[in-house]
Ligand binder design. Structure first.
Ligand SMILES: [Zn+2]
Length: 316
């Protein structure tokens, strides 16, 4: 499948983020980034710029956002929220779905203008320590320890609920999925969920095995989340277009099938190179992207299923 323009844009950006070394030179031109806001349902909006999707609850009590893209975009995100015409109130709370920089990059500027950052315990730990994200193979990216202002002020182990704008917005930790600190955020009154990078639309997902992620945890987490959701829930993915539960089911089906194929190859004592050479994920080629092709996904699944986190692991 040829990637759509939007998918390839995401792929280019993600590729830039994961090419180690010259990250700074490969930053997008922030001045050209536009924030697109879409009404999802009731008082929930989805904001897309560069980086992870943002969910926003906008109401009489103020604004809560889930994830905040990159620091240079904070003013544009704030301006976009105001331009929705519903409120000129500031962002009171930012909930991070996980620690990656394309979801938490705006933490410091939002905190400096008065927002309170909320995240799972491991998000704060990884922001403090910095470290290396990666699939245990060819994909890796260093991150420096975050500045103090970027750190979540309120953390939770299992779940937390923010009672605001007439809704009980609940962040629930799903261990060992995309990372070890992923939260899925439920907006029950509006029938919306933000799945963070446990569910993405750019193809084979990046699973940060080096940061405690695992494919089995990702499958279990997403399937468990599905059981808690109404059939017609609107799903905001970590990256890509607004989705529904059928999209999520197609994604977990692919994860199950590809994991089973790689597990069988592991049981048959095949090496990663043999698996790549034999193109064992060919039937799922349409999920391949410039950012994460079938070979990189073979590495990811192999390292996840054999619990090999790579030589560069800093955590655990
Ligand atoms: Zn991520």
């Amino acid at each position: 499948m040829k990637p759509t323009i939007r998918t390839s844009t995401i792929a280019v950006l993600l590729t830039a983020l994961f090419c180690t070394g010259a990250i700074a030179q490969q930053d997008p031109d922030w001045s050209k980034v536009q924030i697109k806001a879409t009404k999802v349902s009731g008082n929930i909006y989805m904001l897309e710029g560069e980086g992870g999707n943002i969910a926003a609850s906008i109401g009489e009590d103020g604004v809560v956002i889930v994830d905040d893209e990159f620091a240079p975009l904070a003013d544009k995100i704030q301006a976009s929220l105001k331009s929705l015409g519903i409120t000129d109130k500031p962002v009171r709370f930012v909930i991070n779905t996980h620690y990656h920089g394309d979801h938490t990059g705006g933490n410091a500027p939002f905190a400096n203008s008065g927002s309170t950052i909320i995240a799972q315990d491991n998000v704060r730990k990884r922001l403090i320590s910095g470290g290396t994200a990666g699939n245990g193979g060819s994909m890796k990216k260093e991150s420096k320890p975050a500045e103090k202002a970027a750190l979540p002020i309120i953390t939770f182990e299992h779940d937390v609920t923010v009672h605001i704008n007439g809704e009980d917005i609940r962040a629930l930790h799903f261990p060992a999925g995309h990372t070890d600190g992923d939260a899925i955020i439920f907006f029950p009154k509006n029938n919306v969920v933000h799945m963070g990078d446990d569910f993405v639309r750019y193809g084979f997902p990046f699973i940060d095995v080096a940061s405690g992620g695992s494919v089995q945890g990702m499958i279990d987490g997403v399937e468990k989340a599905i059981t808690q959701l109404p059939a017609d829930v609107k799903v905001i993915p970590g990256h890509g277009q607004l989705s529904n539960l059928d999209d999520v089911r197609a994604y977990t089906k692919m994860l199950r099938e590809t994991s089973a194929v790689v597990q069988k190859a592991i049981d048959d004592h095949k090496t990663v190179d043999q698996m790549k050479k034999e193109k064992i994920l060919e039937p799922w080629a349409k999920w391949s992207s410039d950012f994460l092709n079938a070979d990189a996904f073979v590495e990811t699944l192999f390292n996840s299923l054999t619990n090999h986190k790579g030589a560069f692991v800093k955590h655990n």
